[in-house]
Design a protein around this ligand. Structure first.
Ligand code: C2E
Ligand code: CA
Ligand code: CA
Length: 667
């Protein structure tokens, strides 16, 4: 484009220069021609010269005739021609003729002599009847006449030369006019071609610009990966749909979130994740547009989509639609990476609910609930979800102050050897007593704290409290603390753990850090890196809730785990479904293979305890052995163990704590 622009400039400047040059040349030529014409029209000296010759000849003739015939008439004619000759000579001595005379010094001298001689004849002319006077006149004339004749002839030649020069000049000017005309014609043609070319270029530039503007407009309103409308375009469509909606229509908003998308990204790579998003976008677009061409689907980020659906009023078709989408997305997706399995959760809100002004917010709330309920679930918005949202917002606001106000404290749950019932460890579990709302479960507030960032303060406080409490309990009892994924990914967790251990002088070997299996699904490499650094401090690392996430056995082999904690759902389902027991047995073998201890949590009954003993797991945890309680509640037990049964030991705090009586007492 800049080259074309430069070319236009050069051509435009050239054409303008040509036209200016032509105008100047024309002006010059016009003046020059006018001069030439003026020169050609000037008084002709040849005519004056010829007349002078004739007059001199007439004068001579009448003088001679008077001498021969003596008639008065001839004398008078001779006198008249003398006067005429004098006046002619005065003409020759002035103006253009004089200039011509002066152009040759000899000619000037001749004319001066002739003029003087003619003037000297005046007396003789007056006395022309006298023969001597007449003779002098004729003698003088015999000298004067040839000179006049010569000058007259020269004027003729000069005139001839002048007119030839004028003709040459005019011909030359004509030629110049011809070339000027050609130049003007060429400039005109160039100007026309250039204008046409420039018009075409401008039109093309305009078209390209319009195309670019369209592209930018499209990009501003669409997701670059899937080409679906983005959130702002969706909101515009949503607002306009609500305005256009009549009593016969209802607007349904479906918030769709893919299940297991993170695993696709982690296990198959981001390109495969992108391919899944594109395939899902196509399916969603086909399903929704198939139902009504006014429907809109957008991607609002990550693996989240929103659909705006037009449906007939009073026809509960939204659930039908949601189930169709769930069914479609539960089938393997065809991608260039092969078939990939994915699923979705859907939250929906319809304009007939009238519960919340903003259907997008309502659908989002329903989606949150659907995800909690499990994978592959579709739920419609219910007003109690709004109550949940308000409670969540309140807890989020209050959590910020809760740590500072010392409202969050650790409770400890015993970890026991299931065969001897001896206390082997304590797991610190956060407890929050809200001044107005009462006890809030960590299952509720930990995810909120993770969302608001309060988890860093809470996590550090729990670590600090657990290490401080560890000093007052027997040193062979380990302390387990749960770590959030955010602490592992974002916090300077290695330094924090190191600093807390050293500030309480607790040996690192007494601390176990519990990481939920879902942590491994985030940034596996980074997590493994942090865990390795933590392990270098000497702390033990436990894999919590094993069996609930996407148990990818690969990461079991990639890290030297100290403990596998199998999720409580397995032991709780063991009596009704023998498969659970088989899984526990298999995990036991797996744990042995990787040299990790196996802990079973959630043991509530003696039957479950018996099953465990049969399997031979290392550690057990559950309400049967004791719920999480404040450390003070465990102190009599710990002290009793120390002072009652094992008083003789040297290092009292190292002696084992038998929980048999405690278990009997609490059950
Ligand atoms: P978790 O680490 O799996 O903790 C065990 C949960 O099971 C605890 O719930 C405990 O009270 C409960 N539990 C123990 N024995 C039994 C039993 O026999 N039956 C049943 N039904 N439940 C039992 P809690 O204290 O409500 O904690 C829930 C989750 O919150 C924890 O699961 C843990 O993931 C998280 N959490 C608790 N405290 C913290 C913390 O300080 N930091 C972080 N990041 N997460 C925490
Ligand atoms: Ca735990
Ligand atoms: Ca657990």
């Amino acid at each position: 484009m800049p080259t074309a622009f430069n070319l236009f400039r050069v051509i435009a400047i050239s054409v303008v220069s040509c036209l200016t040059l032509a105008a100047i040349s024309h002006h010059y030529l016009f003046n020059a021609t006018e001069n030439v014409v003026g020169r050609s029209m000037r008084h002709d000296i040849a005519w004056t010269g010829t007349n002078g010759r004739l007059e001199a000849a007439h004068f001579e003739k009448y003088v001679a005739r008077f001498g021969a015939l003596g008639t008065t008439k001839d004398a008078e004619a001779a006198q008249l021609y003398y006067q005429i000759l004098r006046s002619r000579l005065s003409t020759w001595n002035s103006g253009v003729f004089r200039k011509f005379i002066e152009s040759s010094p000899e000619r000037l001298e001749l004319l001066n002599t002739v003029t003087a001689r003619v003037e000297n004849l005046e007396t003789d002319i007056a006395r022309i009847e006298m023969p001597d006077a007449r003779k002098r006149v004729l003698d003088a004339l015999s000298e004067i006449s040839p000179v006049i004749e010569q000058i007259g002839a020269e004027t003729f030649i000069n005139s001839m030369q002048q007119s030839s020069a004028v003709r040459d000049d005019l011909r030359y000017h004509q030629e110049l006019y011809y070339w000027l005309f050609i130049a003007l014609m060429l400039s005109g043609v160039i100007a026309i071609v250039f204008t046409a070319y420039q018009n075409r270029s401008l039109r093309l530039a305009h078209l390209a610009e319009a195309k670019q503007a369209d592209k930018l407009f499209f990009l501003a309103r669409h997701d670059s990966l899937t080409k679906l409308p983005n959130r702002s375009a969706f909101e515009a469509a949503y607002t306009s749909a609500l305005e256009r909606k009549t009593g016969d229509d209802q607007i349904v908003i479906a918030a769709i979130d893919l299940d297991g998308f993170k695993s696709v990204n982690d296990l198959l790579g981001h390109a495969a994740g992108d391919a899944v998003l594109i395939a899902v976008s196509k399916l969603l677009t086909a399903e929704t547009l198939n139902q009504d061409s006014r429907n809109v689907v957008c991607r609002i980020g990550g693996d989240e989509f929103l659909a705006l659906l037009w449906m007939p009023s009073n026809a509960p078709m939204s659930m039908e639609f949601a189930n169709r989408i769930l069914k479609t997305l539960s089938r393997p997706l065809e991608t260039r990476f092969g078939e990939i399995m994915i699923g979705a959760s859907i939250g929906m809100a319809t304009s007939e609910d009238n519960a919340v002004d903003d259907l997008i917010v309502s659908a989002d709330l329903a989606l949150t609930r659907a995800k909690v309920a499990g994978k592959g679930v579709a739920l419609s918005f219910q007003p109690d979800m709004l109550v949940d949202l308000k409670r969540r917002l309140r807890l989020e606001a209050d959590l910020g102050l809760a740590v500072a106000a010392d409202q969050i404290k650790p409770y400890y749950q015993p970890k026991v050897d299931p065969s001897t019932l001896q206390l082997t460890g304590l797991e610190a579990l956060a407890r929050w007593r809200h001044p107005e709302l009462g006890w809030i479960s960590p299952a509720e507030f930990v995810p909120i704290a993770e969302g608001s960032g309060a988890i860093f303060k809470i996590g550090k406080m729990m670590l600090d409290a657990a290490c401080r409490d560890a000093i007052s309990i027997p040193s062979d009892i380990s302390i387990s603390v749960n770590l959030s994924v955010l602490q592992i990914l974002n916090d300077d967790i290695v330094d924090v753990v190191k600093q807390v251990l050293s500030s309480h002088r607790v040996p690192a070997s007494r601390l176990t850090l519990e990481i939920t299996e879902s942590v491994m699904m985030t940034d596996t490499e980074k997590v493994l890196d942090v865990l390795t650094n933590l392990k270098k401090l000497g702390v033990r690392i436990s894999l919590d809730d094993f069996g609930t996430g996407y148990s990818a056995l690969s990461y079991l082999a990639r890290f030297n785990w100290d403990e596998l904690k199998i999720d409580r759902s397995f032991i709780q389902g063991a009596l009704c479904d023998p498969m659970n027991l088989t899984i526990i047995r298999t995990v036991k073998i797996l744990a042995q293979e990787i040299d990790a201890k196996l802990t079973i949590e959630g043991v509530e009954t003696h039957e479950q305890h018996e099953l465990l003993r049969g399997i031979g797991c290392d550690t057990a945890q559950g309400y049967l052995f004791g719920p999480p309680v404040p450390l003070a509640d465990l102190e009599p037990l710990l002290l009793g163990a120390l002072t009652g049964k094992q008083t003789k030991g040297k290092d009292e705090k190292k002696l084992p704590v038998d929980l048999t009586d405690y278990v009997i007492a609490i059950n």
